[in-house]
Ligand binder design. Sequence first.
Ligand code: B12
Ligand code: SF4
Length: 489
Amino acid sequence: MCPARQSGGCAEANNNVGNSLRILLIQPECYESGIGFRTVAMPEPLALEMVAAYAPDHEIRILDLRIEDDLPGVLADFAPELVGTTALTPEVYAAREVLKTTKDICPDAFTVIGGHHATLLPQDFFLPQVDAVALGEGEMVFEQLVRALDEGRNLSSVPNLIWRQNGNFIGNKPAATKINLDTLPLPRHDLVKQYRNEYFMLFDKPDSSVSTGRGCPYKCNFCSVWKFYDGKVRQMSAQRVVKEILAVETEHITFVDDNFLLNHARESEIVDLIRAEGVQKRYSMQCRSDSIARHPELVAKWGEIGLYGVLLGLEGASDRMLNKVDKKNTITANDEAIRILHDQGIIIWGAFIVDPNWTEDDFKRLRDYVTEKQITHTQFTVLTPLPGTKLYQQCNKELLTEDYKCFDTLHSVLPTRLGREEFYRHFAGLYQQTDLGPYWDLVREGKLSIQDCKRGRDMLEIMSRAELYHCNDPILGRRQAGLPTSSPE
Ligand code: B12
Ligand code: SF4
């Protein structure tokens, strides 16, 4: 019999009635050292809402530790029998801590971790506080895991699960088929209702996330998405996407798909259906520049129904840089997409990658490009070999650290060609250059609140301070802490 059913979870507080399990899903806090993505975006924990939708007959809660920090109190009060959490690579330590606290307070609760990092490097969670690791898309695991636990059955029939049996972690068979996304139950947005006003994406608050497809046909070397989804793409139908949109209460929606506008026929039909339904909302999305360059008419169509911001994976200011990351795209397409979005009055959130191998001239080239193209909102990240990526395979021998706190893409985990202080001075300088003028124009036009604009300004101010990058740097951080640094600078 499984631990959860055997003892009834957190024994003293157990007031379980009927036959349902008490399930707690937890979004961990991410430890950030002053700088980080927290100031730019804090979307809802959509992954947890999606797996929660697979346990409708159970008593289920979501705790978002980025907003509410009383984990011990919630554990003691709710007495969960099953606790699940998730982690991106920089969140690994926080997720381990969540499950450690769970076992300290509710030793009989069954604990499971899923998400990107756990799928790509499950062995990082073969720990005493972890009972199972869920691989890949949670829906394929969670429903059967909950059923097996509820019925007190052995877990060997649950696909995509690695679980502890007699002290050893053993892996079950993978699921035989992939899920048709149109058959998914709607995400349980209701479980985060109490946090809704805190969720934001860039300038938009409150925000809701909608996911309409999974996977990507490209194979950029820094990205783990195509590995996670085996290089395949699956999408919801246009009708189903509109159902997802109608289930959302906020005025602003972020499509979290990696490449929206990839399937222009579907994306065009979505607009037609949104119009037919009379939906009035504002949208942000992530796109590749070549999708936009190929279909300017589609951008215009989305602009008419409320497309307002695009996170554009520009990555570099030269074809050399795009080739270096296997982007299979060109500067010509980037330039064209920028022009189209500017013409349509759509805000560009331009995402660029900085190579640790860069010289001063490379930094200058990027600064000049951003100024010349008038990209007013920018995101600069350091090329980082995240677990599961092609880049990781190529250069894991050069890694200066295995400390996941440094893998936040704002630090270089590889040797830098410039001295490290100098590297961060130039890196922070990129953020310094951003021009907030157009955002104040939006405030004047009544499209942005003054608070949101100030939040953006404060974020830029923080990201522009070079010394803040030193603390989590694999070499400078150790030096600051008075620890020996084995690798030469
Ligand atoms: C939105 C987003 C964000 C949001 C936050 C997302 C969040 N809730 O934490 C923001 C903008 C803040 C963000 C930041 C970062 N992100 Co991000 N982000 C995404 C994006 C585009 C969509 C995520 C999403 O909502 N997907 C939809 C949900 C439903 O899918 P899912 O999260 O994978 O969940 C499914 C399964 O993983 C599984 N599952 C997940 N959790 C659990 C838990 C349990 C118990 C179970 C059973 C199953 C399960 O079931 C879910 C449903 O099938 C993804 C790309 C992608 N396609 O996933 C990148 C991605 C997740 N991000 C990534 C990265 C690298 C980052 C950053 C580190 C750096 C950066 N440059 O962006 C930062 C770090 C943030 C931090 N906290 O430290 C990488 C992850 C790599 C890795 N090894 O962790 C991805 C894959 C992008 C990429 N190109 O490689 N990100
Ligand atoms: S970075 Fe974007 S285009 Fe490249 S593989 Fe990842 S999701 Fe696909």
